[in-house]
Design a protein around this ligand. Structure first.
Ligand SMILES: *[C@@H]1O[C@H](CO)[C@@H](O)[C@H](O)[C@H]1NC(C)=O
Ligand SMILES: *[C@@H]1O[C@H](CO)[C@@H](O)[C@H](O)[C@H]1NC(C)=O
Ligand SMILES: *[C@@H]1O[C@H](CO)[C@@H](O)[C@H](O)[C@H]1NC(C)=O
Length: 505
């Protein structure tokens, strides 16, 4: 026992000594931000995100990164622990992974335990007692910071609101407070980091573009009404199984939307002007967050920390902005699962690297560990990793920084649960280079957390080579039979069977 203790102490000392020369990490997240950034979309309308585009120009930009579940806490828990929802057992906003899955090491906790000053602010874990015991205190070196939630900006009266300069100067918007705080803390911890005394891991979680879309009114002028377009596909996919649908309750709770008395059922839609206004407000909110991210990145530069700080940026999942007549996240459609992710590693990604390879948000943890120069994490055991506090279910993206077109994962995996007459159904979805394939099946919760593939409530097969909008479900078409059999194999065998060749056994 004593020997073990001595070894542990020695390891800690070595870690702390090594930490001195380490790069800092700035970990940026935006809530509900789909890849509507200049570098992801080329128009219709052009999205104004100069700061994120500039960051992308010095980063590994993942063009096809997929979240493991299109919902806040499940997605964040998964990426922050590097494990998938069937391991964290977090599929909703009321379970906490340390109680439901295991006492897993998180990204900020990992760096804290290796001598970093681990600082968290804004929305990183899903907040509150149930989802995270108030922002997972184990992860941070100092008390956590949240902006003042000004009531004027929070209520459920308006789904969106452009705030005048006078008003937000008087009552600062939460994301402006957050960027201010990030700048203030960078000024505090920057000098020690620069002198090589203690590196920082700083996580800044922006609250927008989550509903309600509340933003400074000047951003509206970037998106004149005549530039806003309706989605091309305001209807459900042909032959969509009903279980695939979400009634977008998260939008319907706002008074201005509730007053329209829409049901949220498939193929019902919101009035045209409401759709247009929501799209305009969402884009404006993205540009607002881009500006706040830019202020933080500018401070990093001003303090002379840019070349010594790894920066990651991501949205926690995608969002449906009226495509399919659908809203919010809560589905397994491409629009909900596809999200922005970029990682800047000074000295490695400076020229900008774009990869179209399929990647997953569980890949971020092992990437940050390796890019900061620590020993690579080991792959979690297939048998049961509940008691393993540190392991990975993703793959470090460092090899893509060397060669962004190398052979990589053959598929990305996601899931979404639904309740049907008290039964728990899980929608498992796989994306390969050509198709998205989803099966909604009976799910056994405790103790196995495994699907029963034989009890099927619906299947979806979308051919992205001809149908990137996912408007035709081909699952039952004879012509797609062979594809379906292949995709079914891919889905049922799971993520371990789709890891990059040569790197993984
Ligand atoms: C979880 O891990 C942390 C950090 O190692 C430790 O402080 C805590 O006591 C653990 N909690 C449980 C319930 O084991
Ligand atoms: C949904 O609407 C589209 C476009 O109007 C229509 O073609 C399709 O048949 C409708 N589907 C159902 C199930 O009503
Ligand atoms: C994994 O191990 C934990 C703790 O040892 C146990 O509670 C759990 O039931 C196991 N899970 C499975 C699927 O065997």
């Amino acid at each position: 026992m004593r020997k073990v203790l001595r070894l542990v102490v020695l390891c800690l000392i070595v870690n702390f000594m090594q930490a001195k020369s380490r790069k800092n990490i700035l970990f940026l997240v935006a809530d509900d931000m789909r890849p509507d950034l200049g570098v992801y979309r080329s128009g219709d309308p052009v999205i104004h995100t100069p700061n994120l585009d500039a960051l992308a120009g010095k980063s590994l930009l993942l063009k096809k990164a997929y979240v493991q579940q299109a919902y806040c806490s499940p997605s964040r828990t998964s990426l922050l622990t590097g494990r998938r929802p069937d391991t964290t057992h977090v599929y909703d906003l009321v379970h906490y992974f340390r109680q439901s899955g295991g006492n897993f090491t998180t990204i900020p906790q990992y760096f804290k335990e290796r001598g970093y000053n681990s600082i968290g602010m804004g929305k990183i874990f899903h907040p509150g007692r149930k989802a995270s015991e108030f922002d997972d205190p184990i992860s941070w070196s100092r008390p956590y910071f949240h902006s003042d939630e000004n009531e004027a900006y929070q209520g459920r009266k308006h789904s969106w609101r452009a705030v005048s300069k006078d008003e937000y100067n008087d009552k600062p918007l939460p994301d402006i407070q957050l960027a201010n705080k990030a700048i203030e803390v960078l000024r505090q911890v920057g000098p020690a980091a620069k002198r090589g005394e203690q590196p920082f891991f700083m996580a800044v979680g922006f609250y927008k573009p989550h509903l309600p879309f509340v933003f400074p009114e000047e951003y509206l002028s970037l998106y004149p009404p005549e530039n806003i377009k309706l989605p091309k596909n305001g209807y459900i996919p042909a032959h969509m199984p009903p279980i695939a649908w979400s009634k977008y309750w998260e939008l319907l709770i706002y008074k201005d939307i509730a007053e329209l008395q829409v049901s949220g059922q498939p193929n019902t839609s919101l009035p045209r002007d409401v759709v247009m206004n929501l799209r305009r407000a969402y884009y404006s909110s993205i540009s607002f967050i881009d500006n706040e991210v830019g202020r933080v990145l500018q401070e990093l530069k001003t303090l002379g920390l840019e070349d010594n700080t790894i920066v990651s940026f991501l949205g926690d999942h995608g969002w449906q902005l009226g495509e399919h007549g659908e809203w919010c996240k809560h589905t397994n459609f491409e629009d909900a699962l596809h999200a922005p992710m970029m990682i800047r590693v000074p000295g490695i990604t400076d020229g900008g690297i774009v990869s179209e390879r399929l990647t997953e948000f569980v890949d971020l943890f092992p990437t940050l560990v390796e890019s900061a120069g620590f020993t690579p994490l080991t792959l979690c055991s297939e048998v049961n990793s509940t008691k393993t506090i540190l392991c990975r279910e993703g793959t470090s993206l460092m090899p893509l920084m060397q060669n962004p077109t190398r052979k990589w994962k053959s598929a990305a995996f996601s899931q979404y649960p639904r309740y049907l007459n008290g039964l728990l159904i899980m929608g498992y979805s796989v994306r390969n280079d050509k198709f998205r394939y989803t099966e909604w099946v009976q799910f056994n919760r405790k103790p196995s957390f495994k699907p029963n593939w034989n009890i099927l409530y619906g299947a979806e097969l979308y051919d992205h080579t001809t149908d990137p909008g996912e408007n035709f479900n081909r699952a039952d078409e004879a012509e797609y039979h062979d594809h379906r059999v292949t995709l079914m194999g891919l889905l049922h065998k799971g993520w371990r069977n789709s890891l990059p060749p040569a790197l993984e056994k």
